[in-house]
Each structure stands twice: as structure tokens, then as C-alpha cells.
Design a protein. Structure first.
Length: 545
């Protein structure tokens, strides 16, 4: 009996163990599809594109879809435009107001001059921003290489290669690492464009670009939105939606072909049992000499089908009934299925359906606003990543090049770069700055501003947190506001004094200053905005509305 109880207990434990296991861990689940390329012992991120050809193939397929897919390329462009808009604004924070203004004016000139940004003198900084962000989404990554002339060369992913034959260097798809570490040592780039069909890339076809210069400054910056710690190359954002986007494109094309065929003049000729077979023999002789009245009758009738036009009247042969054929193409389910596929595509790029199609007719205003708010959260995250990967190293390099031309800037750089660890931190930091990403306007300006006012008044949030929600800094807001109002009031008082002395006015200076430079309405002050009579007057005839 004891032995039987033990067996029963072990059987129950086995059942409980199966119920407590993750279904995902069960490799023998007949209801799940088999997944290839999933090692049971685990693998680093690079394992899943371990062959260089796999990464290149994914990248080229992505660019093909961007070029030729009827919807995917435009959705990607809308995502890039939403995140960049007019571009990121450079705002130096060195600690010296005069130096900040000098750097702002310098960058305003440099950023719009292609000769100082692109080695080909073709791309301004805003163009390079757009290309870098688009490539990081479509291809997976792009590398910026600062050059001696002060420009930045953008190298696309397919130009970065490993030699076909393995070498002693630790090179992963063109990225060479210091042996035993993940510290980047160099990237290997094709010297010249090679035949895309060539499979052999020799080491002499490549040139190394060191990742660090002699002063320890990083001499390349890799723009890629990586999701794993030991991931070398960026992966195209199209990878999860590759099949869905391809199927959607195929279905749309086939439906258009089908609709085009169904839109042609199509007739069904139904022949009764008493139909004379002699007419069939006459059909084979169509175009030849007509020797009988029956053949002549058939030829006349068949000509009607070849010359059919709008308003034509077609008569059948004796024993033949003519019926038009029509079809419901596409059917109602097609549109719902298409919207579902487009939703899947847009989600992978952070674009809800209303932004992907630029059409909000499928939802109400609340639904539109909720979708746009969620999309903007993803846009802000990408903006922060892009800023750290592209903008900050770009500006650090440009400041070093500026120091080669300006001794005062070189002195400021030397104070930061060559400062000894025991020395006190300098008050002025030439490299300290921020990039202000473009923000989006209120969807409902009046309601959103009123909501912010109510939240502030009832201490539901702090001004600092509220500004963070708008991608701005409260310290900058109130500092700039006070400074701007100070300048306006100071200048207004000066001009008021001029007016008072010139015209011997009896009005005090403050009143005159408020007339010249009225300040914004104070908090909790009621404001009434009335429309003109012409706008508020209702039309006499309601049909004119």
C-alpha cells in the first residue's frame, strides 16, 4: 500500500509540474508552430544575423519595400517628419552668456552651409538629420565619420563589411572590437563601390577607420536604436512587419487587377437546349467568305460584341440569352481587413492608423487625440535616442574644429579636456549644451491651456513636471520669461521718459510703459473674446449655411 501511495503521489506531482510550467517552454506543443533559429541554450543578439549576407539581405529588402511598397515608404516618411519637423535646435549652456550667443550665431551659419557639413557639399545639417534618422529605421543603422576638413561623412550600412575570409581581428560585420571586450576599435569600409553581385570581399578592398583618435576622442558615431546590450548592428524596423507589408501590397495590387477586369464589358451568353449547333461551325469560319444567310446572321451578331459601347443594344442568336455580369469587388470585408493590416504596419513604426493614412474619418476627436498622444510618446523617446547617438557627438566634433580656428575657443576646450582630476571644475564648459527637439502644438489650444492652469492652481502637478510633459525646462521658461519682460519693460520705460519730456505729458511713466508694452493678462483674469457682428449674425436664409 505504501508503494502504491508513493506512485500516486509522484503522478500528481508530475501533473502539477506540467500545469505550473510555462506553455512557452513546452517544445512539444502541437498547437504552436515550429520556430527556427531559436537555440535552446541561448544566444547573443548577433547570432540571429550571424551571416553577413543575412544582415545585408534584410537591409536591401527593407530599402526595396521603402521604394516600392505603396504605403510603407510614406508611413516611414511621416514618422521621420513628425520626429524632426524643422530640426533640433542647438542651445549652448556654457555658463557665459556672451559665449552662448557667439556659439548660437556660429551654428546658425554653419548648419545651413552644406560645404561645412557634408564632404560632397550637398547636404546641410537638417538634411543629414533626416537621412540619418530614416536610415536607422529602414536599414537599421548608419555611421557618421568626422573628417579633417570639418565635415561629417555619413556611411550607409552596406558599405561597412567584413572580409570574406576570416582574419585574426575580432570583426563582426565590419565592426572590429578590442579582443576580449566590447570596446569598438575600428570599422572596415569599402574603398570603392563594388559590384553588388560580387560575393568575395577581400581585405585589400576595405579600409579601416579608427574609432578613437590620438587624443582619446571618439572619431565615429554609430546611429542605431539597439535593444540588446551585445548587439553590434542595428536591425531594420521593417523586420517584424516584413510579411504583413508584403502581403498587403500584393493583395492591394491583385484587387486592383481584379476590379479592373470586372469593370470591363462582360456578358454571359446562355444557350438553350434547342440552340442550333450550326452557329458554332459558323464561328470558326468568322472572317472568311460568308456563303449562307445563317453565317451572315452570326457574323452580324458577333460584331456587336466587338463594337459594344455605352447604350448599345445587343441581340442574341436564336436560342441564345444575353445577360450582363457584375461583381461586388472589393467586398465590404476587404476594407476592414486592409485597415487591420495597416494598423499592424503602423504600430511597428509608432504610427497609429489616423497618422498612417492622414485620415481621421474613422474615429471621433477623442479617439484621434488619444492615438496622437500615444504616438507622440514614442516620438519623444526616439528623439532622445537620436539626440544622444547623432547630435551630441556631431556637435562635440564641430566644437573641436572650431577651436582650431579660434584661440579663445581652443583655450576653453583645453580647460575641459586637459583638466587634471584634482583641479576644480571650471565655471565655463564649452561643451555643455542641449538640443531642443521639436515639439507639437496643442491639439485643442484653449482646452489644453485651461487644463494646465487648473492643474497648477490646484497643485495637481508642479510647473517643472508640466514643462517636462511639453519637452521643455521650467528653469529655462521662467528665466527667459523674466529676462524678456525685463528687457521689454526697461526699454518701454526709457521710451516713455522720451515721450513725457517731448510732449510735456502729465502721465506717470508706468502707465505710459504699459501702453507701449502691455504685459500678458495676469492669472485668474477673465478674458472675453467676442466675434464681429458679421461673424455672429445668422443668415436670413438657413439654406445658405
Amino acid at each position: 500500500m505504501a508503494r502504491a501511495r508513493a506512485k500516486s503521489s509522484n503522478g500528481m506531482d508530475s501533473v502539477l509540474q506540467e500545469r505550473n510550467d510555462y506553455l512557452m517552454a513546452n517544445r512539444r506543443n502541437a498547437q504552436s508552430r515550429r520556430r527556427k533559429g531559436v537555440p535552446s541554450q541561448g544566444a547573443p543578439a548577433d547570432y540571429h544575423y550571424r551571416n553577413q549576407g543575412d544582415w545585408l539581405w534584410m537591409s536591401e529588402l527593407a530599402w526595396d519595400m521603402y521604394r516600392n511598397n505603396m504605403i510603407l515608404g510614406s508611413i516611414t516618411d511621416r514618422a521621420v517628419e513628425n520626429q524632426l519637423q524643422g530640426g533640433f535646435a542647438y542651445d549652448p549652456q556654457t555658463g557665459d552668456a556672451k559665449l552662448d550667443q557667439q556659439l548660437k550665431e556660429w551654428w546658425a551659419e554653419v548648419s545651413i552651409d552644406p560645404r561645412q557639413c557634408d564632404p560632397g557639399a550637398d547636404l546641410a545639417f537638417r538634411d543629414q538629420e533626416e537621412i540619418a534618422l530614416r536610415a536607422s529605421l529602414v536599414s537599421g543603422d548608419i555611421v557618421g565619420v568626422p573628417l579633417e576638413d570639418g565635415t561629417v561623412d555619413l556611411i550607409e550600412g552596406q558599405q561597412i563589411r567584413s572580409p570574406s575570409r576570416p582574419t585574426k581581428e575580432a570583426i563582426v560585420h565590419g565592426f572590429e572590437y578590442v579582443p576580449g571586450t566590447r570596446r569598438l576599435a575600428a570599422i572596415w569600409v569599402l574603398k570603392d563601390d563594388v559590384n553588388p553581385n560580387s560575393r568575395q570581399i577581400r581585405k585589400q578592398d576595405l579600409r579601416p577607420i579608427q574609432a578613437w583618435d590620438d587624443d582619446g576622442e571618439k572619431s565615429i558615431f554609430h546611429v542605431a536604436f539597439k535593444k540588446r546590450t551585445r548587439q553590434t548592428r542595428g536591425i531594420t524596423a521593417y523586420a517584424p512587419l516584413f510579411d504583413v507589408a508584403g502581403y498587403n501590397d500584393d493583395v492591394q495590387f491583385l484587387k486592383m487587377v481584379q476590379s479592373r477586369a470586372a469593370s470591363m464589358f462582360v456578358f454571359v451568353r446562355k444557350r438553350a437546349t434547342n440552340f442550333d449547333p450550326a452557329y458554332l461551325a459558323a464561328e470558326t469560319n468568322l472572317g472568311k467568305d460568308i456563303s449562307s444567310d445563317r453565317d451572315s446572321e452570326y457574323a452580324t451578331n458577333n460584331r456587336q460584341y466587338r463594337e459594344v459601347a455605352a447604350g448599345s443594344s445587343i441581340e442574341g442568336l436564336p436560342g441564345e440569352e444575353i445577360q450582363p455580369w457584375a461583381s461586388n469587388i472589393p467586398n465590404s470585408e476587404f476594407f476592414e481587413h486592409t485597415k487591420l493590416l495597416l494598423t499592424f504596419i503602423g504600430v511597428n513604426l509608432g504610427m497609429p492608423l489616423v497618422l498612417s493614412l492622414m485620415d481621421a474619418s474613422e474615429t471621433n476627436f477623442s479617439g484621434y487625440r488619444g492615438a496622437v498622444d500615444q504616438a507622440r510618446q514614442g516620438f519623444r523617446t526616439n528623439q532622445k535616442r537620436f539626440r544622444e547617438k547623432f547630435h551630441r557627438p556631431y556637435m562635440r566634433f564641430k566644437l573641436f574644429k572650431l577651436g582650431e580656428e579660434d584661440r579663445s575657443i581652443a583655450k576653453r576646450i583645453d580647460q575641459i579636456v586637459n583638466r587634471s582630476p584634482s583641479a576644480s571644475k571650471p565655471k565655463i564648459n564649452i561643451f555643455k549644451h542641449r538640443w531642443i527637439p521639436p515639439d507639437w502644438p496643442y491639439i485643442e489650444p484653449t482646452k489644453d491651456a485651461t487644463a494646465d492652469l487648473i492643474r497648477d492652481a490646484n497643485m495637481l502637478t508642479s510647473p517643472r513636471r508640466r514643462c517636462q510633459e511639453r519637452s521643455c525646462d521650467w528653469d529655462d521658461i521662467f528665466t527667459e520669461t523674466v529676462d524678456d519682460r525685463f528687457k521689454a519693460l526697461d526699454y518701454s520705460l526709457q521710451q516713455s521718459q522720451v515721450l513725457k519730456e517731448k510732449y510735456n505729458l502729465d502721465t506717470d511713466l508706468h502707465t505710459l510703459a504699459m501702453i507701449l508694452a502691455p504685459m500678458p493678462t495676469a492669472e485668474r483674469t477673465n478674458v472675453s473674446v467676442q466675434s464681429s457682428a458679421a461673424e455672429t449674425q445668422e443668415p436670413e436664409n438657413k439654406n445658405e449655411q
